[in-house]
Design a protein around this ligand. Structure first.
Ligand SMILES: Nc1ncnc2c1ncn2[C@@H]1O[C@H](COP(=O)(O)OP(=O)(O)O)[C@@H](O)[C@H]1O
Ligand SMILES: CC(C)(COP(=O)(O)O)[C@@H](O)C(=O)NCCC(=O)O
Length: 266
């Protein structure tokens, strides 16, 4: 069985690749904090056991060399994904294609292969990335040949990083990250709530602005895909019409890895 691993900067997600006949949506996703991986806790042992059993391992790693060092060994079964200038009919417009994070590339591939339509692909994880997928014309599955382009995107701090930058950088803002969604209605009347409103609004407003920018470049309405640990939360604070339109997917990176794994069989 093929194993899919998405090593992000905060958490590692992994799943077995479904057999050819099943749908990619059938992924059973396991999640562990990277700290568990580094410390080799029981949760890490489950992934180690999966690695030992796998026939092939498809890895998107943006967590650096430290994540790789916790692998027992690096053998020929391991395929570490690097973004290229063209894959599965999707062109990469980065001037140095390999500089694009493999997680962003996999997410774009997942949306391109499953939808075949233009989209803004948002990943709300440690960082928040918002990437433009342009599809010149809506194409049928069998016609998918280099008709799509990743036109570029943006990177900004994610929710917890924004919080930490205020908490650590301002002497009077040493407040813990809230346990519950504190809401953004009205005007905040205490510091912790004010920080929350500022951080959540900044992220939601960025998504709305990037989506509007993409709409201006197209003669059709793009999809809005949102993935990552804070996708649900940020989607709730989008303008109403956009929030209703957002398609929240639990792990686009693993779905993109599954596309690459399946394509290697063809
Ligand atoms: N149960 C959770 N554990 C950890 N982070 C969570 C959880 N639920 C939501 N989050 C949020 O998800 C973010 C991590 O999302 P994720 O998509 O896994 O990021 P990455 O791919 O960068 O590791 C965290 O910064 C945090 O704000
Ligand atoms: C932008 C990222 C830090 C996002 O990482 P994540 O929040 O998913 O852990 C990662 O995709 C990355 O390191 N990218 C390389 C630079 C780039 O994509 O331009």
């Amino acid at each position: 069985m093929k194993l899919l691993i998405d090593a992000g900067n905060s958490r590692t997600k992994w799943a077995w690749c479904p057999e050819q006949s099943s749908q990619p949506t059938a992924l059973q996703i396991n999640t562990l904090d990277n700290q568990d991986w580094f410390e080799g806790t029981a949760q890490a042992q489950a992934l180690h056991a999966a690695i030992a059993k796998a026939s092939r391992i498809y890895l998107s790693n943006v967590a650096g060399e430290r994540w790789l060092q916790a692998l027992p060994e690096r053998d020929q079964r391991l395929q570490a994904i690097v973004a290229t200038s063209l894959s599965l009919g999707l062109q990469n417009s980065y001037s140095q294609p390999a500089q694009l994070g493999s997680d962003r590339w996999c997410s774009l591939l997942a949306v391109w292969r499953s939808e075949g339509k233009s989209a803004l692909v948002v990943s709300a994880g440690t960082a928040m990335t918002m990437d433009a997928l342009l599809v010149k014309q809506e194409v049928k599955q069998e016609l998918k040949q280099a008709q799509a382009m990743f036109a570029g995107g943006s990177i900004q701090p994610g929710l917890r990083l924004m919080w930490q930058s205020l908490q650590q950088g301002a002497a009077q803002l040493d407040y813990a990250y809230p346990d519950l969604d504190a809401g953004t209605d009205g005007f905040a009347q205490n510091s912790q709530h004010a920080m929350w409103v500022g951080c959540v609004q900044a992220l939601a407003a960025s998504v709305a602005a990037q989506y509007a920018r993409l709409c201006q470049q197209l003669d059709h309405v793009p999809l809005l895909f949102m993935s990552g640990g804070d996708a649900d939360l940020i989607a709730r604070y989008l303008p109403h019409a956009l929030s209703a339109q957002a398609i929240i997917v639990d792990n686009l990176v693993l779905k993109g890895l599954a596309c690459l794994a399946k394509c290697s069989d063809e």
